[in-house]
Write a protein that binds this ligand. Structure first.
Ligand SMILES: C[S@@+](CC[C@H](N)C(=O)[O-])C[C@H]1O[C@@H](n2cnc3c(N)ncnc32)[C@H](O)[C@@H]1O
Length: 281
């Protein structure tokens, strides 16, 4: 994948304030660490770690944790969270499609709604497998195409298609068939389970809308692409707010408290001992 695309992705994720969004999905990282069976002394890699939602609970479980992300701007918050939790994590700037580690380096490879955003799904999947030792565990949490995350990203793409065509949407990683195609040849005991994260947002749908609009890179990117066309920009804002009102599970409840259900595909697999080599560039 060319470097321009990666620069654009890096700028997108560095824009706004992803740490505000990361707080909303924090329990998913803990869930993933539990599903992966992380234990003291294991060598764990968290891919596309953001502010460390999976890396920090893995370190709290006693693992030796390395966390990579394309966007080093995430690491200031990640470091202060790790300090506050009293754990050590090695934070490394790296592309999920080209991990700077030898084959079989880790006992567990995790990614919470992270690797799904790398554009070349095959390359990223090969890298997850390559750096995991045979018998080790790969565990992923991916938004499902038909859950909240799928509808959210579809709405964004509907208003301003991403500039790079020809790549599958990130939420394809939430489809068990696609995950089986990506990983199936190199893993055993592949399991895909739908799980939910219930979010009690301490604010109204209007406040969640403002949070996305001020903080979430993918929303900022769509709004930037529509900036020259006020009518389309207004239509996007209207539809996003309409979506958040529609998705609120308790529209007749406390108007200052939105309730949302985020569905994700929890993938766990055991790396087989069939060889895998680094994808060529
Ligand atoms: C939705 S955030 C998830 C972050 C974190 N895992 C969490 O649970 O909050 C997606 C993350 O993927 C990172 N990312 C996007 N493309 C990447 C790539 N090609 N390689 C590594 N990280 C990438 C972004 O910088 C961002 O931190």
């Amino acid at each position: 994948m060319n470097d321009d695309r990666k620069d654009q992705d890096r700028r997108l994720w560095a824009s706004g304030s992803y740490p505000r969004i990361a707080r909303l999905v924090e329990p998913m990282g803990c869930d993933l660490v539990e599903l992966a069976g992380v234990r003291p002394g294991m060598r764990v890699l968290d891919v596309a770690t953001g502010t460390g939602n999976a890396a920090i609970p893995a370190a709290l479980a006693g693992a030796v944790v390395t966390a990579v992300d394309l966007t080093p701007e995430m690491f200031a918050v990640a470091r202060s969270r790790a300090d506050a939790a009293g754990v050590q994590v090695d934070w490394v700037e790296a592309d999920a499609e080209d991990l700077p580690y030898d084959d079989d380096s880790f006992d567990v490879v995790l990614s919470a709604i992270g690797v799904m955003f790398a554009p070349d799904h095959d390359r990223a999947a090969s890298e997850l497998v390559r750096v995991c030792r045979p018998g080790g565990t790969i565990a992923l949490a991916n938004w499902t195409p038909d859950g909240y995350g799928g509808a959210f990203f579809e709405l964004l793409a509907g208003h301003a298609p991403p500039p790079h065509s020809g790549t599958l949407p990130p939420t394809a990683w939430g489809d068990p068939e696609h995950v089986t195609e990506l990983l199936g040849g190199h893993v055993d005991a592949l399991s895909c389970r739908r799980r939910v994260l219930d979010l009690d947002f301490t604010g109204s749908p209007e406040e969640l809308f403002e949070t996305y609009r001020s903080s979430f890179g993918p929303v900022l990117a769509v709004r930037a692409r529509l900036a020259d066309d006020p009518a389309r920009l207004a239509a996007f804002d209207r539809d996003l707010l309409g979506f958040l009102r529609h998705e609120n599970l308790d529209p007749d409840g406390d108007p200052s408290q939105g309730r949302y259900r985020f569905e994700y595909l929890a993938v766990t697999a055991t790396r087989s001992d069939r060889a895998v080599s680094r994808p060529s560039r």
